[in-house]
Design a protein around this ligand. Structure first.
Ligand code: PEP
Length: 247
């Protein structure tokens, strides 16, 4: 069976209680969206967001610690995300890898913690522009997949997001052939590493907008999107959800 498509929004460090009106608008406009919809707001907003999202929209975190609890000032455990109402967590986003020095091993440990807490881990991979220019894209993605996916990963508890670093927040996107090439590699690479590899959702992320969503969702092995800027407003995220539901 084809994997259920997923439109995931990453609010990053944006939004406040008033911004939850955007979730109200999505729920009103897409009460039965036709694909899975997820919003990952800042951690403080997870609980109130869940209270307003109902069954139409899932809520997730943007990071978690690898340990279950303990002396880690400022960090959040996966079980705490779950307790607040999260069902998913984004891990290894390129901004975390760059700003916080997260390695593939860090990401794998966090993903294992997420799985242990019953969360779906959305593991991000992606090449820099210099790596793409050097012809290293496929090798970089393969190495990130090998290093970032923990033992015990399954199609039910793991989603992979291909996010070229140079496409995030820039308005630039790879060609459809470039996305297709990476997604085919990812599908193949998951075989033997993840139970039910064919069922793992593979998202594309990087400057997805209402204007380019349908073209991206038509690419083989693209099972949805991880959306940053365009997930902040229901008026932008809504058409992306609709395009995915129709793909
Ligand atoms: C992201 O940060 O995950 C992302 C894809 O951002 P944007 O859609 O703004 O490029």
């Amino acid at each position: 069976m084809a994997p259920r498509k997923l439109a995931a929004g990453n609010w990053k460090m944006n939004g406040d209680l008033a911004a939850l009106a955007e979730i109200d608008a999505l729920v009103a406009d897409y009460p039965a969206p036709g694909c899975e919809v997820l919003i990952c707001p800042p951690a403080l907003l997870i609980h109130p967001a869940k209270a307003r999202a109902g069954d139409a929209i899932a809520i997730g975190g943007q990071d978690c610690h690898a340990d279950a609890s303990g002396a880690h000032t400022g960090d959040i455990a996966a079980a705490q995300l779950r307790d607040a109402g999260a069902t998913h967590v984004i891990l290894g986003h390129s901004e975390r890898r760059a700003d916080h020095g997260e390695t593939d091993a860090t990401v794998a440990a966090k993903a294992a913690a997420a799985h242990a807490a019953g969360l779906v881990a959305i593991i991000c991979v992606g090449e820099t522009e210099a790596q793409r220019d050097a012809g290293e894209t496929l090798a970089v993605i393969a190495a990130q997949l090998d290093g970032s996916i923990p033992d015990g990963a399954t199609a039910a508890n793991t989603v992979i997001a291909y996010e070229p670093v140079w496409a995030i927040g820039t308005g630039r996107t790879p060609t459809t052939d470039q996305i297709a090439e990476v997604h085919a590699l990812m599908r193949e690479r998951l075989e033997g590493k993840v139970a039910d590899a064919a069922g793992v959702r593979l998202l594309y992320g990087g400057s997805v907008k209402p204007a380019n969503a349908a073209e991206i969702f038509a690419i083989p092995h693209v099972d949805g999107a991880l959306v940053g800027g365009a997930s902040l407003k229901a008026a932008d995220f809504g058409p992306i959800i609709a395009a995915l539901a129709e793909a």
